[in-house]
Design a protein around this ligand. Structure first.
Ligand code: BJW
Length: 248
């Protein structure tokens, strides 16, 4: 349990980066733990453009299962503590999440950047049609096709709107995070429930430090990059965040 509280008085700004750990207490498995998602599903087969080209049906089975499970989960006190912090800090708050499960948005977070995409959106793998909301599951049936391509006499497969390994993150998302870091007022960077092993998100703590930020990590256990943070609070984020983040 934290003995400390984040001090965010004056004009201090708070940039939060969350990872799979923040949703663990909602019942969503993390990636790299024993029993995590990557143990039962080879990453390169289900979360890469090559894997999708090789076997789109397998990829859609994987994401259909994830859609079904995430839909049945609810935000936890960790998600809600971040909503309360946003309500208090307003434009002095930004939440960048690596999670695609939509739980931050369902909890009420609005100053939110979903840097790895959204499980409940799809897009065309062939044309540049914008991503659209899609809660459907595609299993044991014909693969989903893009209407826009069909209308143009082509065949385009739909894919989940997820950033897979080797794919670029949306530059507008990175720009928004970068612009937030650039402000003049005191900056606090807080990472929650992330192993810090996937870039570019893993680089945010160093970028924040270069901007003079105070850096905090809340995690169930010390990850490999724990030494990059000035403050580490060990524990489940659903319990730690409501105590760590000041209200009102
Ligand atoms: C709790 C808890 C509780 C549990 N409370 N805590 C620089 C160096 C080396 C490589 C690269 C580099 N730059 C780019 C790369 C390549 C690559 C990369 O980073 N590779 C690394 C493996 C080294 N990055 C990319 O390809 C990115 N694209 C890119 O940079 O393009 C340009 C480029 C390409 C190629 C080369 C160079 C440049 C795209 C990355 C996309 C990642 N996508 C995934 C899959 C999404 C699919 C999906 O969800 O279906 O996103 S990977 C997966 O990992 C997922 C997650 O968002 C991401 C991060 O994982 P996270 O959230 O940290 O989860 P875990 O499981 O690792 O950790 C959970 C933590 O929580 C643990 O520590 C627990 O202890 C803790 N915990 N319960 C608090 N209750």
């Amino acid at each position: 349990m934290p003995r400390e509280r984040l001090r965010l008085g004056g004009n201090a700004r708070l940039l939060v980066l969350t990872g799979a750990g923040v949703s663990a207490e909602s019942g969503i498995p993390t990636f790299r733990a024993a029993g995590g998602l990557w143990e039962s599903h080879p990453i390169e087969k289900v979360a890469s453009p090559e894997g999708f080209r090789e076997d789109p049906e397998r990829v859609w089975r994987f994401y259909s299962e994830r859609r079904r499970k995430a839909r049945a989960c609810e935000p936890n006190p960790g998600h809600r503590a971040l909503v309360a912090a946003e309500e208090r800090l307003q434009h002095r708050f930004l939440l960048a999440t690596q999670n695609v499960d939509g739980l931050h948005r369902r909890a009420g977070s609005r100053r939110l950047v979903e840097i790895h995409g959204n499980l409940f959106q799809s897009r065309c793998a062939h044309c540049d049609r914008a991503p659209f909301d899609d809660e459907r599951t595609y299993e044991g049936e014909a693969l989903p096709l893009c209407d826009a391509c069909e209308a143009a006499g082509r065949m385009g497969l739909l894919r989940p709107h997820i950033v897979w390994f080797g794919e670029l993150l949306d530059p507008a998302h990175l720009q928004r995070i970068d612009a937030f870091m650039q402000g003049n007022e005191r900056l606090v960077f807080l990472a929650v429930g992330t192993s810090g092993s996937v870039y570019p998100a893993a680089g945010f703590v160093s970028a924040a430090r270069r901007m003079g930020a105070e850096t905090w990590l809340v995690n169930a256990e010390p990850p490999d990059n724990v030494g990059l943070f000035e403050h580490f609070v060990e524990g489940p984020s659903g319990q730690v965040l409501p105590e760590l983040l000041p209200l009102g």
